[in-house]
Design a protein around this ligand. Sequence first.
Ligand code: DX5
Ligand code: ZN
Length: 212
Amino acid sequence: MRISASILAADFCNLRAELAKVKGADLVHFDVMDGQFVPNISFGLPVIEAVSRCTELPLDVHLMIKHPENYLEQFAAVRPEIITVHYEAAVHLQRTLARIRELGCKAGVSLNPHTPLDGLRYVLDDLDLILVMTVNPGFGGQRFIPAMLEKIRDCRELIGARPIELQVDGGVRVENIRELAEAGANNFVAGSAIFQAEDPAAYIEALRRAVR
Ligand code: DX5
Ligand code: ZN
């Protein structure tokens, strides 16, 4: 399993200190929002670039933007491990995923809660990660949507023996991470639960323990 700490919930005035608290995570997750694909604007490349200079952790970039294909080179330049685009925003998804890999990153695709998994069947060989959104994207601190457990199980079945990570994002906490893992998720994004914890490092450990 891997835990990706979402800095959307961090104190942006103190990012260096906030990153130090989540050293025990496996990845740092960046929620890039454009106010078009989602009804909110977050941060963009300058922030990711700055953060990349004060963490040793690999970067996990979640693009909640329209026309992600137009920005791949710029995001790849900060050398993230993963670039994830939204299924709903990528008109030529196969080409976009192939391009992410050409740029030296792992290719991820994210699906909104209501988006069916069906179309992914034909691009499985172009994928390194599937992100099943467990909330409607756009905001941190929302409640996990229970119906997504069935979708995670279906997604695990679709992946079969392929080396594709199954990531979940939204409302992940100590209380539900075990059922998410049992349904088939193996990569967990958590924002508010980690950063609002009194001791974020201990909370990350508690997330791991809950799955064991
Ligand atoms: C939601 C974002 C998430 C968000 C998760 O649009 O994609 O990554 O940071 O936040 P929490 O863990 O607070 O639900
Ligand atoms: Zn995210």
